[in-house]
Ligand binder design. Structure first.
Ligand code: ADP
Length: 205
């Protein structure tokens, strides 16, 4: 059976950077953000459902969903965000399950599920292990502002809208602090893999 490592962390904590490491090791990574994006593409299930609730004002002239418009609506209205999550989460979940099943079929011994809202959506119950990439808020601000060209205010708003790090730390099986260089992060991930392998759960295929 494929073992599932749920990977999570706040925005700009280093999840994508960790994904690159895992993929380089030939460990498949299921990217939940990518799935969340894809299910709203035209001809996908989420598209019609979202349109039905939010109306055609969220469409661009080419009839694709205007994601920043949709973001504006839901990030300023908790109820609308709940509705959107109610529509998209089951579809995202189905897609993750399908991808895990495929990896199981292909006899991959370990699969990483990169899920930014893993704990918020109680997704840890579907994982064999969970890994939290942690960084202090000051460094998170710095990296987020640099990566997404955000103002201090906008960066802080995004960070503060997420579950606090202290709460996530209590829920994670493994915590890796990404306060050093990218090479430091790689070394820590390497150690983690050895740790998992030590439990005979990685490298069995
Ligand atoms: P996430 O996927 O969690 O949002 P990223 O992996 O994109 O975060 O990292 C956020 C930003 O910080 C990116 O620009 C990335 O290149 C940079 N970064 C990640 N880890 C480090 C590190 N250890 N040192 C310096 N920059 C880093």
């Amino acid at each position: 059976m494929t073992k599932i490592l749920g990977l999570t962390g706040g925005i700009a904590s280093g999840k994508s950077t960790a994904d690159v490491f895992f993929r380089d090791k030939q460990i498949p990574v299921i990217d939940c953000d990518q799935i969340a994006h894809d299910i709203l593409n035209r001809d996908e299930k989420g598209y019609e459902l979202v349109l039905k609730h939010f109306g055609t004002s969220i469409l661009k002239s080419d009839r694709s969903i205007n994601r920043s418009e949709l973001g504006q609506i839901v990030f300023n209205d908790k109820k609308q965000l709940e509705t959107l999550n109610g529509i998209t989460h089951p579809l995202i979940f189905q897609e993750i399950q399908a991808k895990i099943a495929l990896n199981n079929m292909n006899k991959n011994s370990l699969v990483v599920v990169d899920a930014p809202v893993l704990f918020e959506s109680n997704g840890q119950k579907y994982c064999d292990f969970t890994l939290l990439i942690a960084i202090p808020e000051s460094l998170q601000m710095k990296r987020l502002m640099l990566r997404d060209h955000l103002s201090e205010r906008a960066a802080l708003k995004r960070i503060r809208s997420q579950m606090p790090l202290s709460q996530k730390e209590k829920l994670a099986d493994f915590v890796i602090n990404n306060t050093g260089t990218k090479q430091d992060l790689k070394s820590k991930l390497e150690k983690l893999l050895l740790n998992i392998k030590g439990e005979d759960l990685y490298g069995m295929s």
